[in-house]
Design a binder for this molecule. Structure first.
Ligand code: HSE
Length: 311
C-alpha cells in the first residue's frame, strides 16, 4: 500500500440544457487536486485547503471532500488516520461542479490509498453524500456522476443512482465561459418553480430524448435542436447579467446550442470541432466584457476519463 496518493478531478457541466438534474458531462480543465496520506492522528484530518480564498471549512464534517472521504473510511473500517490536502482549481459557486469535484476527489483518493477496495462506480454514493452538504441536501448526481466516471452521463434515477454512459462523437467540444460572479446552488435552486406545466414537461422530455439520440447517432443537427431548456434557464438567466447576449453570440458564432452550466453563472456551448469551440468561447467572453464582466474561458472535448490518480 502506497503512503501517499494524489488525484485530479475535473470540472463538469450539469443539466446540459434539457436534462435538469439528469444529464452532465466532464471537461478536462479546470479541476481540483486532492492529496491523501496516512497519518498518526486518528480519523480524517484536513490539513490544508488552497485556491478557495479561505471560504471552505477545514472541519472534515463540514467539508464536501471530508464528508465523502469519512463516509468511505467508516464503511471500509479504516483504522489508520488519514490526512488530506485540497487544492481547489474550480471556483466555488461557479456552476462547474466545484463541490461535486472535491467530493469525488476525496472519496476516490481514500479508495486509492486503501488499495482500491471499491470500483469507481461504487464510490458514487459517497461522493454524493459529500456534495449533498453543499447543495442544501438535494441529491442529484449530474455533476458527481461525470466527474467520477467521465463522459456524458445520464442519471436515469437519482434515487436508485442508475447512471448510463452516453457515447458522444469525438469531435464534440464544449466552450465554457465563467464570468466573475458567484451564484450558490442553493439560491439557484430556490428560485425554480416547484411545479411545471404539462406543456413544458412535454417540451423538455422531447428535447432530452432528442439530445441522447442525437449524441448516440452523431447527429449534430438533432443535438442542436434539442439543446433547449424551458424549465431552469428562464428563471436562472435573471441571475446572470448579459446571459441572452452571450447566448446569442455563441449561436451566431456557430455553436450547436448554449445554456447555463449547472446552477450558473458559467455558461456552456456545445460545438462541432475545436475550431468552432475556440471561436464561440472568444465571442462569449467578449459579450460578457461588453456587459462590464470579466470572464474566463475553457475549451475542451468531452473528458471521458473522469477523476484520475496522478501519483
Ligand atoms: N442540476 C443541478 C442544478 C446542478 O442545476 O441545480 C447544480 O448542482
Amino acid at each position: 500500500m502506497k503512503n501517499e496518493v494524489h488525484v485530479f478531478a475535473p470540472a463538469t457541466v450539469a443539466n446540459v440544457a434539457c436534462g435538469f438534474d439528469t444529464l452532465g458531462f466532464a471537461i478536462h480543465r479546470p479541476g481540483d487536486d486532492v492529496i491523501v496520506r496516512f497519518s498518526n492522528s486518528p480519523g480524517l484530518t484536513i490539513k490544508t485547503i488552497t485556491g478557495d480564498g479561505g471560504k471552505l471549512p477545514l472541519e472534515a464534517e463540514k467539508n464536501t471532500a471530508g464528508v465523502a472521504a469519512k463516509a468511505l473510511m467508516e464503511d471500509l473500517g479504516v483504522v489508520r488516520g488519514i490526512e488530506m490536502e485540497i487544492h481547489k482549481g474550480i471556483p466555488i459557486g461557479s456552476g462547474m461542479g466545484s463541490s461535486a469535484c472535491s467530493a469525488v476527489a476525496g472519496a476516490f483518493a481514500v479508495n486509492e490509498l486503501m488499495g482500491k477496495p471499491l470500483k469507481k462506480k461504487e464510490l458514487l454514493p459517497y461522493a454524493l453524500k459529500g456534495e449533498a452538504i453543499a447543495s442544501g441536501g438535494a441529491i442529484h448526481a449530474d455533476n458527481v456522476g461525470p466527474c467520477l466516471l467521465g463522459g456524458m452521463i445520464l442519471i436515469r434515477s437519482n434515487k436508485d443512482l442508475d447512471t448510463i454512459d452516453i457515447p458522444v462523437p469525438s469531435s464534440l467540444y464544449a466552450a465554457v465561459v465563467l464570468p466573475e460572479l458567484q451564484i450558490l446552488t442553493v439560491d439557484a435552486r430556490n428560485i425554480l418553480p416547484k411545479e411545471i406545466s404539462m406543456k413544458d414537461g412535454i417540451t423538455q422530455w422531447g428535447n432530452l430524448g432528442g439530445m441522447i439520440a442525437g449524441l448516440m447517432k452523431s447527429d449534430y443537427q438533432l443535438v442542436s435542436r434539442s439543446l433547449q431548456d424551458v424549465i431552469a434557464e428562464p428563471k436562472r438567466a435573471e441571475l446572470i447579467p448579459g446571459f441572452y447576449q452571450v447566448k446569442q453570440e455563441a449561436l451566431n458564432a456557430g455553436a450547436l446550442g448554449c445554456s447555463i452550466s449547472g446552477a450558473g453563472p458559467a455558461i456552456f456551448a456545445l460545438c462541432e470541432g475545436d475550431e468552432c469551440a475556440f471561436k464561440v468561447g472568444i465571442r462569449m467572453q467578449q459579450a460578457f466584457l461588453e456587459n462590464g464582466i470579466q470572464a474566463e474561458r475553457f475549451i475542451s472535448p468531452i473528458n471521458t476519463l473522469g477523476v484520475q490518480r496522478i501519483k
